[in-house]
Design a protein around this ligand. Structure first.
Ligand code: ADP
Ligand code: MG
Length: 238
């Protein structure tokens, strides 16, 4: 579970076409990074996959099923927001449980999932604290926990570390990579940071003005950048 395909997907805001026809396949279990300069359409592309924006044309399939018209909650994906989206008055447990409560899930199952997420994320000791009593990294883990409990077929991250300081960012990168290994679930990760892309990705999608310039592993992009834009962006010598 977790294979996502985009078939001639486009997105326009008014007269402006932000995503020209775009084809892309994300394989089950892959860690895919969308990278490119600010304004190139990374967030828009992620939001189209999540269902937070409607496509102008084209088709999005998730695990073979047409998801183009499905609302976000029916797509089986979980978007990880930045940690400042936590509820300050709720404990870690309640923050993580929140999406399941909203879905009216059975309390015993909620507890099981929250305990499991807390254990995977090393949050068990902090479960009764409020977000204000946590470090930035711990808060970010709570935000990820909220996605894990939904047991999604894919996780979508939009620059989740951009409001953390540099040292913490490096640690969280490693934690998210570890999490990917533990869960073996598809992850799509948006960043404008080349280093993040090169160190975390199985597959990198380089975007410029809504166009895919190149798709490949970090090594492929480094060794054989298709053009000067990719070379310049990835930092290899071509
Ligand atoms: P990135 O995440 O790569 O920085 P975005 O996907 O946020 O880029 O934006 C891509 C382009 O689409 C930008 O030119 C942006 O101004 C435009 N855009 C994004 N969202 C909207 C919107 N809701 N209405 C109009 N234009 C938008
Ligand atoms: Mg963005």
């Amino acid at each position: 579970m977790g294979r996502i395909t985009l078939d001639k997907v486009t997105k326009s805001f008014g007269e402006t076409e932000v995503i020209p026809p775009l084809d892309l396949t994300i394989e089950d279990g892959e860690f895919t990074v969308f990278v490119g300069p600010s304004g190139c359409g990374k967030s828009t592309l992620l939001r189209l996959i999540a269902g937070l924006e409607d496509t102008t044309s084209g088709q999005i399939r998730i695990d073979g099923n047409d998801a183009t018209q499905l609302p976000p909650a029916k797509r089986g994906l979980a978007m990880v927001f930045q940690s400042y989206a936590l509820y300050p008055h709720m404990s870690v447990r309640k923050n993580i449980a929140f999406p399941l409560k909203m879905a009216k899930m059975d309390q015993a199952e909620i507890d099981r999932r929250v305990d499991n997420a807390a254990s995977v994320l090393n949050l068990a000791d902090y479960i009764d604290r409020k977000p204000g009593q946590l470090s930035g990294g711990q808060r970010q883990r709570v935000a990820i926990g909220r996605a894990i409990v939904r047991e999604p077929s894919a996780f979508l991250f939009d620059e989740p570390l951009s409001n953390l300081d540099a040292a913490l960012r490096v640690g969280m990168r490693m934690e998210i990579s570890e999490l990917h290994k533990k869960l073996a679930t598809t992850m799509i990760y948006v960043t404008h940071d080349q280093v993040e892309a090169m160190t975390m990705a199985d597959k990198i999608v380089v975007l410029r003005a809504g166009n895919i310039e190149q798709v490949g592993s970090p090594l492929e992009l480094y060794r054989e950048p298709r053009n000067l834009f990719v070379a310049g962006f990835i930092g290899s010598p071509k």
